[in-house]
Write a new protein. Structure first.
Length: 160
């Protein structure tokens, strides 16, 4: 069974500065707090280390921890940040018309972090051609990445 769509959402009352979009949060940007007085107080007492770096740090940390980038959304008068455990949810994979075996290979990769064709052959007791056919389909769907060369080839999840 593929894990469900685990996520956590943070909602913050407020709005982005004039002319900003959620894409602006992903770029290097200045700090333009909604309430500068409160921001200055938090900075002064040490609750804020730097200004204008939080969203970029969140993105960097997610990449370092092997998680998808956080999503930033504007909903009504709220800024929402969504962290997901994985984009490869059961619902997402079901929409790709994968076989149960191909879904199992994704789960196998989630557990092992990297696999080889030989790992798939051994686990499912299939030929190299069959294992490579399954892996090539997952490559074609942009779900996994091939790394290395020759006998050192292995596969990892492609979460972007």
């Amino acid at each position: 069974m593929i894990e469900s769509n685990y996520r956590i959402e943070f909602w913050n009352l407020g709005r982005l500065p004039e002319g900003w979009t959620v894409e602006t949060l992903k770029e290097e940007h200045t700090s333009e707090p909604f309430n500068p007085l409160i921001a200055r107080i938090f900075f002064g007492v040490g609750y804020v280390e730097e200004v204008g770096t939080g969203t970029n740090k969140m993105i960097r940390w997610c990449k370092e921890w092997g998680l998808p980038e956080p999503e930033f959304k504007i909903k009504s008068n709220n800024i929402v940040v969504i962290f997901r455990k994985s984009k490869l949810t059961e619902e997402y994979l079901n929409n790709l018309d994968l076989t149960e075996r191909e879904k199992e290979i994704i789960q196998f990769l989630k557990e092992k972090k990297r696999i080889t064709s030989a790992d798939v052959q051994k686990k499912y007791e299939v030929s190299r051609d069959t294992a490579n056919r399954w892996l090539n389909k997952l490559l074609g769907l942009n779900l996994i990445e091939r790394k290395g060369r020759g006998k050192a080839v292995y596969y990892i999840l492609k979460e972007k």
